[in-house]
Ligand binder design. Structure first.
Ligand code: NAP
Length: 460
């Protein structure tokens, strides 16, 4: 069963869902295309009424939405509530700001006058991951619906209840039929959707493998795409850093969402004079976390999203060790029911170890000692990924310098405030291309049309 809701806290199967037949898929694509024919002509105010209403409803139903997420993929309940609230804020942000972001932009040619006009392009296909089951949806729904596009979404196989709840949210908000459609489809059907002439753009958030497959398909079809893929972000600690400030960020950066975040801190790169002190405090803080029921507010570490995610992560740790890495702490599943992984620190990960270039999607930190700032930057840049990263230092100017030298899409100085409705999010290299959120996020799937008036002689 491709779409099944299983609680990773106890392994219980909650619900299964049938995939769409090809006929049902065709009906949904047809409805989306028909919806676009009218939605593209609606005013920003009319679009905003529906998107803002969805934001309000989400804000009113935080507990209900959060609980579904916690049961389906194991996110601790306070983090789940935070995600639902943030998703509502993203929808509200675009309802408020879309018209301003897409207003005609005056150009200043030497002859005549000209402007850029922004218009929607059609039905956009989104493929989304389970690790932020609503936030990822809000990140595409807010901007693209407000731009006048229409969405069909394939969510991850393990979070069908979240996927359906988000679709229902738009129905409850008064969305016309076809405006936002959840598709319970296979990968093969997904390929057909990318190929379908009614689809005008593709937005994927997920693994590098999925990105390569969907981006290649979109490219074959000459369709614009945005790819938000994996990461292995560096957490750089310079010798002048305040460890009282850096350690809580290090724990949060690695352990938030049980480490299953694309831009989580995954490689801890610490200047040697401070490395022992950092490691001692970091490992003590990780050891203090307690695995438990993610619905219980007192739990400090939830399960991974699924048993298969745990098995994959354990395999990656074993492979890292087989290639010479040392397990400083953890490395095993927690001895209790459910898909729990011990907080883990790996050291001695040589650049020849396959783990060096891997993404560990869970509570596994790689730790590196470096001589100085230059070595820290060189190591941070020795990665196939380029999503985000952070630097901790007492000298903010130094932090800015390091931030500008690290080759990623985002850098944070003395914090890791990853995501903000107002600020663009995305990466380079194997972390993908394009940006979501902020003003840039709404520009991904609009036609930027040049309109020029000039009183010039007709050619003879
Ligand atoms: P995944 O296996 O790539 O799945 C993501 C989505 O893509 C799911 O809906 C999945 O559907 C679908 N998918 C995968 N292969 C596909 C194919 N060949 N054709 C059509 N659809 C396909 O990734 P994941 O394990 O769920 O998510 C974790 C990854 O996402 C990590 O690498 C993480 O870093 C990345 N991520 C990136 C960002 C960002 O903004 N950069 C944010 C969050 C997560 P099924 O579930 O049905 O296979």
């Amino acid at each position: 069963m491709a779409y099944a809701s299983v609680n990773p806290f106890d392994g219980k199967l909650l619900k299964t869902f049938e995939q769409l037949t090809d006929e049902q898929l065709e009906e949904k694509l047809d409805a989306a295309a028909k919806c676009y024919a009218t939605w593209k002509h609606t005013s920003y105010a009319d679009r905003a009424r529906i998107v803002a209403r969805a934001a309000t409803l989400l804000g009113e139903r935080v507990d209900e939405f959060a609980r579904t997420m916690t049961q389906e993929m194991g996110k601790r309940i306070d983090e789940a509530r935070g995600e639902v609230t943030f998703s509502a804020e993203i929808l509200a942000y675009y309802a408020r700001n879309a018209e301003g972001f897409l207003a005609p932009e005056k150009l200043n040619p030497t002859i005549g006058d000209a402007h850029m006009q922004s218009s929607p392009i059609g039905v956009i296909f989104g493929v989304e991951p389970w690790n932020f089951p609503y936030y990822q949806l809000a990140r595409v729904a807010g901007p693209h619906l407000m731009a006048g596009n229409v969405l069909v979404i394939k969510h991850a196989g393990c979070v069908p209840q979240c996927a359906i709840a988000f679709e229902q949210l738009f129905i409850d908000a008064g969305a016309p039929v076809g405006l936002y459609t959840n598709l319970l489809i296979s990968h093969e059907q997904s390929d057909k959707v990318v190929d379908d002439a009614r689809i005008k753009g593709v937005a994927l958030t997920g693994s590098v493998a999925a990105g390569r497959s969907i981006a290649a398909r979109a490219g074959q079809n000459l369709k614009p795409s945005s790819m938000e893929l994996g990461g292995s972000d560096a957490f750089i600690v310079l010798e002048d850093a305040d460890l009282d400030h850096a350690i809580p960020w290090a724990v949060w950066g690695r352990m938030y969402n049980t480490g299953q975040t694309c831009c989580a801190a995954k490689r801890f790169i610490v200047v040697e004079t401070i490395a022992d002190a950092f490691l001692e405090r970091f490992s003590a803080a990780l050891a203090a976390l307690r695995a438990g029921d993610p619905l219980d507010e007192k739990t400090t570490m939830g399960p991974l999203s699924s048993e298969s995610a745990l098995v994959q992560l354990l395999g990656q740790v074993d492979s890292a060790v087989a290639h010479g890495a040392t397990v400083l702490m953890g490395g095993k599943r927690v001895d209790r029911p459910g898909s729990f992984m011990q907080p883990t620190i790996l050291t001695d990960v040589a650049s020849t170890n396959p783990a060096f270039r891997d993404e560990f999607f869970g509570p596994v930190a790689m730790f590196f000692r470096v001589k100085d700032e230059d070595e820290a930057v060189a190591l941070a840049n020795d990665s196939d990924f380029g999503l985000g990263g952070s630097v901790f230092t007492a000298d903010v100017e130094r932090g800015r310098r390091v931030a500008s030298r690290v080759e990623t899409g985002m850098m944070f100085i003395n914090n890791i405030s990853w995501s903000d409705a107002e600020l663009p999010f995305g990466g380079i290299k194997d972390s993908g291309y394009g940006r979501e959120l902020g003003d840039m996020g709404i520009q991904a799937f609009v036609n930027k049309k040049l309109v020029r008036y000039a009183k010039v002689e007709a050619p003879v």
